[in-house]
Design a protein around this ligand. Structure first.
Ligand code: URA
Length: 230
């Protein structure tokens, strides 16, 4: 990573401030004076400002119980975002791993680990997402078979990957999918001739929504939860 990026990631300093520090001879790499912000550095090197070593923050992982009315984006001009509800140092570096619609509630994963995020969201990794779906019309007898075959969504060339469901009652199912296409669950239910009244995400891979989290609350993931995404 570039030296100026490394320092501004590890501190609250802007790249311009970092450049000034380097120019003033206050930054060292393994005890040698740094000469330019573009110098490449690694985590193994000792980067110091005025003799004090700085360290990149460890990667962070959180789960949130997303309330309705909050968008799963990092910035939005009209509505509050999930990141507005996260009170952490440098929360501008956090990303949402698998978005939810504004009216969908439940499990939202938030991290600054891009690779981990990719494993959660890529359809190739078969990371299952489980939703509680409330339907306008009664559950059809043919739903299970159609979901297993792969639903054809309007405007998509390829069918959805096979999905499974468990009937809770006439109007509620627990649906398990392994992709995250735009409005996927709502479009799948439309394709089955039904309509989603409410949608709540319960689980992603081995991570279940913590029942102790009130809507809008979040907590760090445990080591086991982080490692369960592979
Ligand atoms: N599918 C949807 O239609 N909406 C969501 O928020 C998540 C999955």
């Amino acid at each position: 990573m570039r030296l100026d990026k490394y320092i501004s990631n590890a501190t609250d300093l802007s790249r311009t401030d970092v450049k000034k520090l380097i120019k003033s001879g206050l930054v060292s790499i393994d005890d040698e004076l740094a000469t330019s912000g573009s110098q490449k550095v690694t985590d193994e090197q000792d980067i110091a400002i005025e003799g004090s070593t700085i360290q990149l923050m460890a990667t962070r992982y959180f789960m949130m119980n997303k309330p309705a009315g909050v968008v799963s984006a990092t910035k939005d001009h009209t509505n509050p975002t999930a990141l507005d509800l996260i009170y952490e140092h440098r929360n501008d570096q956090l990303q949402i791993a698998g978005r939810l619609d504004i009216d969908t509630t439940g499990l939202l994963l938030i991290t600054d680990d891009g690779q981990w995020n990719h494993i959660v969201t890529s359809p190739r990794t078969d990371c299952k997402k489980v939703y509680l779906v409330e339907l306008e019309n009664p559950v059809g007898k043919d739903y299970q078979r159609k979901l297993e075959t792969g639903i054809a969504l309007e405007g998509e060339k390829r069918r959805c990957l096979p999905a499974s469901m468990e009937v809770i009652d006439d109007h509620h199912i627990r649906l398990c999918i392994s992709e995250g296409k735009y409005h996927q669950v709502k479009r799948m239910m439309t394709s089955l001739g039904n309509h989603v009244v409410s949608l709540h995400r319960l689980q992603i891979g081995g991570i279940e929504l913590d029942p102790n989290l009130e809507p809008g609350d979040y907590r760090p993931l445990t080591e086991e939860e982080i490692a369960s995404i592979q």
